[in-house]
Design a protein around this ligand. Structure first.
Ligand SMILES: [Zn+2]
Length: 143
C-alpha cells in the first residue's frame, strides 16, 4: 500500500515513512518528490489518496526542468545514473521516452528504486549505445 500522511507530510510505503522533499495534491491524488540522490529527484504520482502503486519518474533536479534520468545497465544489472541529453529534434520529452525511469511500480518496487538510486553513481550523460535498466512493473495499473 502506498499513501501519504498529511500530518508528517511524508509518503508511506508498506507502513514505512519515507523522507519526502515536497508533496502537492493533484486531483484526487498527489505528487511527491523524493530527493533520491545528489542532483536527482524521484517523483511519485498517485491518482488516489492511497493505492497499490504509483508512477515513478526520475529527473535531474529540479524536476520542473523535465530533464529525464536513466538507470544505465551493465549486462542487465543497474550500474549508474545518466542524464538524458536532448534529442536532435529539440524535444526533451522525445529524448526521455523509453529511456527515462517512468514506470508504474508497487510499494516494494518503489522502496527498492529509492534505495537503488541513492547508491548508484551519477555517470554524466547517457550515451547512444548505453543499455538502460527498468524496474519490474506492478501488475495492475487500474485498481
Ligand atoms: Zn526527437
Amino acid at each position: 500500500m502506498i499513501s501519504w500522511d498529511g500530518r508528517t507530510r511524508k509518503v508511506v510505503l508498506d507502513g514505512q515513512p519515507v523522507d519526502t522533499a515536497r508533496i502537492v495534491q493533484s486531483g484526487d491524488g498527489w505528487i511527491a518528490t523524493i530527493a533520491a540522490a545528489r542532483g536527482v529527484d524521484l517523483t511519485l504520482t498517485a491518482s488516489q489518496p492511497a493505492g497499490e502503486g504509483v508512477f515513478v519518474d526520475l529527473w535531474r533536479r529540479p524536476a520542473e526542468d523535465e530533464v529525464g534520468v536513466a538507470v544505465v545497465a551493465d549486462r542487465g544489472k543497474p550500474a549508474g545514473l545518466a542524464v538524458i541529453p536532448v534529442c536532435e529534434c529539440g524535444e526533451q520529452g522525445c529524448a526521455n521516452a523509453g529511456r527515462q525511469i517512468n514506470d508504474f511500480v508497487d510499494a516494494e518496487g518503489t522502496l527498492e528504486l529509492i534505495d537503488l538510486v541513492s547508491r548508484l553513481p551519477l555517470l554524466g550523460q547517457l550515451q547512444p549505445n548505453q543499455e538502460v535498466w527498468r524496474p519490474d512493473p506492478a501488475h495492475d495499473e487500474r485498481p
